[in-house]
Design a protein around this ligand. Structure first.
Ligand code: GLC
Ligand code: GLC
Length: 814
């Protein structure tokens, strides 16, 4: 079974049948205005915050899943038949259906009764609006008399309230219609200064704004009475459910093509200019009208679309590779980088698996996402770092998330995850290596956004490290707190009440349970901070952090090693977790990855042993499982991890996020073949042939693939918003291909499969373009570097003289 194919030249995935196993989606927008769009034009839009400023409605637990969106209906006015060119919601047997998901746009269309219709959806750079450009072609030998109906359903802004507070919301909805433009202004009369608008480039024959009038009683989106009748009712929403629908009549000669542009947007007025005049309740449209007028014109749309393409040329141009494997090239050059930008924009807030009302921007998640996008948008990474650091608490601790609109941290999804603060150090180190912007460390940043509390960013990093040192347990390992990277390993929770959140419940004092994972992570972060301190001229500080790292390394060595792999943790009773002594959950992936990345066990052979254990106990043909054996029952002292049925999520699922940690660890012990094999197992493009099993989009990573204990082993879930994107990008580009930024310059240290003859890559770094050619001579990983034809010692390219734009690099592997 095939549902589509990659079109690498156009940087698109082309879906050619609409009944995909799950909605296969794309994202529109890259600044403030965003949309999720499925391959049938489903999904919704929002301004900055998917929860607090939702423009269009999405109904949760919908059947089908992918219902509600940016719909267009076509109607043949001669015989009364009607259909949707994007297949949904009428689901007619359209011909030549295709959806091209590209970089920030989607083009969806089909042909029905010899009428071809195709819509391009995108968000112009710098604007808070989305464009739907519809092209209709009459392929008949005779004229066609058609009607076009657009339709969206407005959300009453706060998506959570919208989905629950009906007693109020059924009475608050308000709209205005002004020269064919539909304005949605619920709550504008009171404290909101924003509204939405929906406009059309052709003067409409009619409109509708009340859902029930448009659909008719007991009808669904597949059979709106207005479309069936071929005439809008010009309904005006007072309460109930405001929608936006235009009716446009189109008469086409044989062969004729017509373009119609719809614009859906968000606009704010200043508080003192909200209304047309004092005493009026009419929206002042003076500032919005020019924007609407501009984008209803063909040329502006065309220009904006071209500009969007250039924007992606620039972003993706930062790293381009040509390797012997097309799945690798496709992910590096297009889709993995693209997904990294989606995680930058969305964190874990809005997808078809993240509701947009549950989570904002995660502290841990966003710091990790940064590793995957910092090279493309360093200025925005800078802003993100400062925003994240400003939510840090004075103790050095962190809120687990903050809301993008307010940029304030909150405890809605828990706090005291003891790994959280350390991720800030790793994020900042990556930023510094990429940009050399040392001034960021002196930026004054408040704690918990409190006025008057600002201290230099550098001090935040120091407090992050100190936070761990202040919380050591009986073995000298870091206390785990609520949980560490694994949100579901809740060793202080002991929840026996149904429905209680594992992320906010604590029944233990937290003074016993320790995390070996945080131990490894601490070693890595403390060494990073030592390097930063040293470069800032504080050798004493640097020395201190190096010693703290050494000490923790030794502690992990004595209390964190189980004989053939690293232990996972100690529980609240002081018993081992992730040990051969355990009945279930004997070996976990996380400490094997992170301890080795931190350098622990590289000198005494333990790293190699741990990786062999991973290979023996955790690796499957679909990727590496999180732990084994799976927990067959709920364990009060382990928490959420054991709440999942075996093989799913953290309970022995293949959690794709930490597979790349093992890939990186494998490169550190020199195993290019094994690192790349693991990479290939979860590469979405390489899994395209398994689509019937995999089910998620073949162009982006999913958070999880079901592990071997699950009845659906190999099935993916939770695509798009996952740390998997950044970490796989880092693993393949920086560690397997080995091109990575360091403080001294760009390093070339490939650890590639023995059978590869080499590869080439282009990397933009600090404004210079490096053309890198890697050639294999022997079977090993030793690098002989020459830069502009001259031999260079080591594997770091020295920074070229000022003004240099291009540098040619050849690396011979021996
Ligand atoms: C999810 C969370 C992430 C966590 C992981 C493991 O991906 O977003 O923060 O580390 O699950 O529990
Ligand atoms: C992470 C985990 C998930 C858990 C959630 C809680 O996303 O993957 O299993 O329920 O965190 O916030």
């Amino acid at each position: 079974m095939r549902y589509g194919h990659f079109d690498d030249k156009r940087r698109e995935y082309v879906i050619s049948r609409p009944d995909t196993p799950l909605p296969w989606i794309n994202y529109l927008g890259c600044e403030d205005y965003f949309g999720i769009i499925s391959h049938t034009a489903g999904g919704y839009s929002f301004y900055r915050d998917a929860r607090l400023r939702r423009l269009t409605r999405y109904r949760y637990n919908n059947v089908p899943f992918d219902t509600g969106g940016r719909y267009i209906y076509l109607r043949d006015n001669v015989d009364g038949s009607f259909w949707s060119p994007s297949w949904q919601p009428t689901r007619h047997a359209v011909e030549d259906y295709s959806c091209r998901h590209g970089m920030g746009y989607s083009i969806i269309g089909s042909t029905f009764h010899h009428i071809k219709a195709e819509t391009l959806y995108f968000v112009p750079l710098g604007e808070n609006l989305e464009i739907w450009r519809l092209l209709i072609t009459n392929l008949r030998r005779k004229p066609a008399r058609l009607s076009v109906f657009s339709c969206i359903e407005f959300c009453l802004w706060d998506a959570q309230d919208d989905a629950t507070n009906f007693q109020r919301n059924f009475s608050t909805g308000e709209v205005e219609i002004d020269r064919g433009v539909i304005y949605h202004k619920t709550e504008y009369r009171e404290r909101r200064n924003h509204f939405a608008y929906f406009a059309c480039s052709v003067k409409p024959a009619g409109y509708d704004t009340q859902r029930d009038t448009f659909l008719g009683p007991y009808r669904n989106w597949d059979r709106p009475v207005v479309v069936e009748r071929g005439r809008s009712a010009n309904s005006r929403a007072h309460g109930w459910a405001p929608i936006g629908s235009h009716h446009v009549r189109v008469n086409l000669k044989a062969g004729e093509i017509r373009e119609i542009v719809f614009v859906l947007g968000y606009h704010e007025n200043s508080d003192d200019r909200k209304f047309t005049r004092a005493g009026s309740q009419t929206i002042n449209k003076v500032t919005v009208k020019p924007t609407i007028a501009r984008y209803l014109k063909h040329n502006a749309v065309e220009r904006a679309y071209t500009e969007l393409g250039r924007h992606w040329d620039r972003l993706l141009g930062v790293y381009q590779a040509k390797t012997p494997d097309r799945h690798t090239d496709r992910m590096i050059n297009i889709w993995n980088a693209y997904q990294c930008m989606a995680t930058f924009n969305m964190s874990r807030s809005a997808s078809f698996y993240e509701s947009g009302i549950g989570r904002g921007l995660g502290f841990r998640d966003s710091n990790q996402d940064l590793l995957g996008f910092v090279q493309m948008v360093p200025e925005r990474a800078r802003e993100r770092i400062l925003d994240l650091a400003a939510t840090q608490l004075v103790t050095g601790g962190a809120y687990h998330q903050y809301q993008p609109l307010t940029k304030r941290g909150n405890n809605d999804i828990g706090s005291n995850f003891n790994d959280d603060p350390l991720w800030l150090v790793l994020g900042v180190a990556a930023y510094l290596k990429e940009t050399g912007d040392w001034a960021i460390l002196d930026e004054p940043v408040p704690y918990d956004n409190q006025p008057g509390s600002a201290r230099p960013l550098y001090e935040h990093l120091e407090r992050s490290i100190q936070y761990t040192l202040d919380r050591l347990g009986p073995h000298g390992l870091p206390l785990i707190g609520r949980a560490d990277w694994n949100d579901c390993l809740n060793l202080n929770c002991f929840s026996d009440t149904p429905g209680q959140s594992f992320q906010t419940t604590t029944n233990k004092d937290g003074k016993t349970a320790e995390s070996v994972f945080i131990g490894g992570m601490f070693v890595l972060a403390a060494n990073e901070l030592a390097a930063i301190a040293g470069r800032r001229g504080s050798e004493i500080n640097a020395q201190g952090y190096r010693e703290a790292a050494l000490k923790m390394s030794a502690t992990v060595g004595t209390s964190g090693w189980d004989g053939a792999w690293f232990l996972r943790a100690y529980d609240d009773f002081g018993n081992k977790v992730g040990s051969n002594e355990c009945v279930e959950g004997k070996i976990f992936i996380e400490p094997q990855g992170f301890c080795i990345i931190a350098g622990i066990g590289l000198e005494n052979g333990r790293a190699g042993m741990a990786l062999d254990s991973v290979n023996r106990h955790l690796a499957t043909t679909h990727g590496i499982m999180l732990q084994q054996p799976a927990f067959s029952q709920y364990y009060l002292h382990l928490g959420e991890i054991s709440s999942y049925p075996p093989g799913y999520k953290e309970n022995a699922g293949i959690f794709c996020h930490n597979n790349p940690w093992i890939m990186i660890a494998e490169t550190m012990v020199g195993h290019g073949d094994r690192a790349f094999d693991y990479y290939r197992l979860i590469n979405p493009s390489a899994r395209e042939k398994l689509v019937a099993l995999h089910r998620c989009e073949p162009y982006v990573y999913a958070q999880m693939i079901a592990g071997k204990d699950a009845p659906t082993h190999g099935e993916a879930k939770n695509s798009w918003l996952t740390g998997t994107a950044a970490w796989n990008y880092v693993a393949i580009t920086q560690h397997i291909l080995g091109i990575r930024p360091t403080y001294e310059g760009l390093m070339v240290a490939p650890v590639i499969p023995a059978a590869w003859k080499g590869f080439s890559a282009i990397r933009m770094f600090k404004g210079v373009r490096y053309n890198i050619l890697v050639k294999r001579r022997g079977r090993g990983n030793k690098v002989h570097l020459s830069v502009e034809g001259r031999k260079v010692d080591g594997n770091v390219i020295p920074p070229p003289p000022r003004g240099t734009t291009t540098v040619a690099v050849v690396a011979v592997l021996d």
